[in-house]
Write a protein of this length. Structure first.
Length: 267
């Protein structure tokens, strides 16, 4: 699997508590399958995929977009733009040791095709603290600039693909982890990161904490309706409504017209 130049993964192995005779965890084990972990990959497995809304490419109150990761490989960005995509979130990183090998093609290619783009980080609260992962994300494509074409970075908080649903944390510990990530990102960029999650996961792993209403909400629900939002949010910013469709990757609606999408990018 790919490694990040100039970054050593040895601290992770050293930090693992070992029982007698047990070998240290290898980096390949810590990030096994990371290229196939993307926004909603675990939500679809746990919560299922129900009916999908009919997609309309021109509406007065929402804009069509999508999200991609290394799972999609190189993307035909002019084709996505012709199909109706107005924005995209691209997976940049996972934990503190994995970078999407397709990130440059996907992040820069979408911008060149005229889309408003942003980067997201797949949270791994089982590996390291939230502040460390925010800094890793920022150092590997997760930054923000006030160019009107770059969305604030997003934190993908969902079911653990490696083990226990909430990454071994109780609700208070998970809230602290997310807060540390969010505040570290805000201190560096001046923007609160978007939070991607599902209501079910948020209830289970944060006890439905209501303290993140200042972060834009990217909600996942694969159905014809959004349903209940997590506590603290009275409105969603983005709805991931399907895990496949006419655009590469997952399908999303931005909750507002194009000028509001650009306003989110501008901050």
């Amino acid at each position: 699997m790919p490694f990040v130049k100039g970054r050593s993964l040895l601290p992770f192995a050293a930090a693992v508590l070992l029982v007698a005779g047990q070998a240290p965890a290898r980096a390949a084990d810590i990030y096994a399958g990371a290229e196939d972990h993307y926004a909603g990959s675990q939500i679809a497995k746990v919560e299922g995929v129900d009916a999908v809304p009919g997609v309309q490419y021109a509406t007065d109150d929402q804009e069509l977009g999508h999200d991609v990761s290394g799972h999609q490989g190189p993307v035909d960005w002019p084709g996505a733009a012709r199909t109706g995509a107005k924005f995209v979130y691209v997976k940049a990183t996972e934990g503190t040791g994995f970078v999407n090998p397709q990130f440059v093609q996907q992040y820069n290619g979408s911008y060149d095709a005229g889309l408003v783009r942003g980067a997201y980080h797949f949270a791994r609260p089982d590996i390291s603290d939230g502040a460390s992962q925010a800094r890793y994300f920022l150092a590997h494509g997760g930054g923000w600039s006030a160019d009107g074409r770059t969305l604030p970075g997003a934190l993908d908080a969902e079911y653990n693909p490696y083990g226990e649903t909430c990454y071994g944390k109780d609700a208070a510990g998970m809230v602290r982890w997310i807060s540390d990530f969010s505040e570290t990102y805000r201190a560096a960029t001046g923007r609160y990161p978007t939070i991607y999650t599902s209501t079910s996961w948020w209830k289970r792993c944060t006890a439905n904490n209501g303290g993140f209403g200042g972060n834009p909400l990217w909600i996942a629900r694969y159905n014809t309706f959004i349903g209940e939002l997590p506590a603290g949010w009275g409105i969603h910013t983005i709805w991931q409504f399907a895990d496949s469709g006419s655009l590469p990757g997952d399908q999303n609606w931005f909750n507002g017209p194009i000028d509001r999408l650009r306003a989110l990018a501008l901050g």
